[in-house]
Design a protein around this ligand. Sequence first.
Ligand SMILES: Cc1ncc(COP(=O)(O)O)c(C=O)c1O
Length: 385
Amino acid sequence: MKFNFDQIIDRHNTNSVKWEYFPPDVLPFWVADTDFAVDPAIIQSIQKRLEHPIFGYSVDDPELINAIVQRMHNFYGWEIGAESVILVPGIVSGFNFAIRAVCKPGENIIFQTPAYPPFFHAPQNNQVGSVLNPMRFNPESDLYEIDFADFESKITPETKMFLLCNPQNPTGRVLSKTELERLGNICLERNLVICSDEIHSDIVYSGNHHIPIASLSPDLAQQSITFIAPSKTFNIPGLSCSAAIIQNEALRKDFRRALAGFSSGVSCLAQAAGLAAYTQGAEWHRQLSAYLEDNRNYLLDFVHREMPAIKTTEIQATFLSWMDCSGLQLPLSPQKFFEEKAKVGLNDGAAFGEEYENFVRLNFGTSRATLTEALEKMAEAINRS
Ligand SMILES: Cc1ncc(COP(=O)(O)O)c(C=O)c1O
């Protein structure tokens, strides 16, 4: 079956945060959900569950847990036991629980910037400090790279956790085996728990390969909490179905303790959706990845040609583009400029770290026609300014 990712679906009046946040004349290209209709198998799975008229609290569905175990084996050759998988109602809540499980107030966590904004909020929520390790843009590779010396030098006895985002939001990096091993070895030497947010691991473009850091060695498996979810890939983030993989029994106990009282589990409808995504969604996922790769190529080509003052990077994964707009020399923030002058709603780079005020993030998980319309409006606004 051929799925139609070109279809334009009106999302107004569906309480979509993406489509309700900006005024109606602004095209939204910000928060990371996509505008694609989900795989019909997901809808059928939810419909089947709706046939039973009671929607009580749920336990983790063993079929979904098994699907996750199988997926890690099939995709990465990573062998995990069913007991190591815990469903959580979102990765953001998941890494908040992980911080509570690992850190005491006054201790700190380290992570790379630019960073997904909740990486800044989660330590604050838990009276824990943040240590920032800015990535460096390398014009030769056209990629953001890890500054290992800075990473190592900033770890103190109070640093208890490394919060990793791989593939990385917003830079679109897929960290290589060498980079992951180097980071992993530092964490093992300095006894940092690795909390790895791998929510974007299914949208990885040709020539790149995602590796869960915990799969690299038994020691790293024992030191890690890994988060995955079908949400970004299969466009079901509003259903809140995510999973933590924790192979270390003591760490798992601490995580469960941190979770108690905060979460009443993942709803039966969310689990039905997650199960269908992971067990029946392979073909839909394959076609989506091809469509997004074309969108990525189209976007990068358009920006290079029509908006050469904006610097993009190679996008190895995610449906997000991190754009350096310093070259435009705008009198106001690029987010405001594009919202007001182009009527295109982007993420403000400053939310990803204070030194990124001249950056915007663009979500290209939409139909080619809508993407084209937004890019043309952005180019026209620049030409008029
Ligand atoms: C890196 C990253 N982690 C987590 C999330 C959100 O996860 P959830 O909706 O499961 O809390 C996002 C969404 O954009 C993300 O980009």
